[in-house]
Write a protein that binds this ligand. Structure first.
Ligand code: GLP
Length: 240
C-alpha cells in the first residue's frame, strides 16, 4: 500500500487526478470504477477540466460505480446516478450507455445484484476509486461484511445514515438501504486509489493502513491488494 499525504483537499484531488488521468491516457478504453461522496469531487473537477483543455477523452471509457441507494434513480438529486452525471458525466464526452450503476429502483433487488456482479465480471476495473466511511466502510460495505461478498443489498448503519444525512434535508430522508459492489468485486480491480480527507477520517485511515486486517474494518482488506494508493490530506493522515 502506497500512502501519499498532501497538504490539503486541493492537492489530494490533483494527486488523485494524476493517477487516474495516467490510466485514461495509457488506455483510452479503460474501465473506471467510480465512487460518490465529497472526497472524489475534486478529482472529478480536475478530470472535467483536463477534458475541456483537450488533454483527455472519455469517448471510449466505460465506468462502473460502487453503489446506489435503494429507491432512488436519476430523477432524485440525492441518487448516486444524479451525482455522477452532475460531477463528471455531463462535463465530459462519455457515452452514458457506457456508464453503469446498480439500479436502486429495480423491482427485484436480488436479481439486480446478480446482474451487476455478472456485469463486473465482464469488465474488471482498470482502476477503482474509493472514498472511505468514517467507520471504515468502502462502497456501502459496512463493518462485518464478508471479504468474499459480491454485489448485495445493505441495511445502512446508524453512523453512515448520520454521516450521509448532511446531504439530505433531514435525517429521515436518508434511505435505509443501498445496493453495493461487494468487497470481492472491489478487490478484483487491477489498481485501487483511496481518497480521504479531514479529521473525521483519521481513525479509519489508520485502521485501513496499519490496523489488523479484519472484516470489522472493511477498508483493511486493501492491505491484501497488490496495487493500492492512498491519497489523503494531513488531517486524515494524523494518526499514521
Ligand atoms: C458514502 C459512500 C461511500 C463514500 C462515503 C464517504 O457512504 N457510499 O462510497 O466513500 O460515503 O463519503 P465522503 O467522501 O462524503 O466522506
Amino acid at each position: 500500500m502506497k500512502v501519499i499525504v498532501t497538504k490539503n483537499y486541493e492537492q489530494m484531488s490533483e494527486k488523485a487526478y494524476e493517477v487516474v488521468s495516467d490510466i485514461i491516457k495509457a488506455k483510452p478504453d479503460a474501465v473506471l470504477g467510480l465512487a460518490t461522496g465529497s472526497s472524489p469531487i475534486g478529482l472529478y473537477e480536475n478530470l472535467v477540466a483536463a477534458y475541456k483543455r483537450g488533454e483527455i477523452s472519455f469517448k471510449k471509457i466505460k465506468t462502473v460505480n460502487l453503489d446506489e441507494y435503494v429507491g432512488l434513480d436519476e430523477k432524485s438529486d440525492q441518487s448516486y446516478v444524479y451525482f455522477m452525471r452532475k460531477h463528471l458525466f455531463n462535463g465530459v464526452d462519455i457515452d452514458l450507455n457506457n456508464t453503469n450503476l446498480p439500479n436502486g429502483k429495480a423491482e427485484d433487488a436480488e436479481a439486480e445484484c446478480a446482474r451487476y456482479t455478472a456485469l463486473l465480471e465482464t469488465m474488471p476495473q482498470d482502476i477503482q476509486v474509493l472514498g472511505l466511511g468514517s467507520n471504515g466502510h468502502i462502497g456501502f460495505n459496512e463493518p462485518g461484511t464478508a471479504f468474499d461478498s459480491t454485489t448485495h443489498v445493505v441495511k445502512l448503519t446508524e453512523s453512515t445514515i448520520r454521516d450521509n444525512s448532511r446531504l439530505f434535508a433531514n435525517i429521515d430522508e436518508v434511505p435505509r438501504y443501498a445496493l453495493t459492489m461487494g468487497i470481492a468485486n472491489i478487490m478484483n480491480a487491477k489498481k485501487i486509489i483511496v481518497v480521504a480527507n479531514g479529521t473525521n477520517k483519521a481513525d479509519a485511515v489508520y485502521k485501513m493502513v496499519k490496523g489488523e486486517v479484519t472484516e470489522a474494518v472493511p477498508a483493511s482488506v486493501l492491505q491484501n491488494h497488490p496495487d493500492v494508493i492512498v491519497v489523503c490530506d494531513e488531517l486524515a493522515a494524523a494518526k499514521l
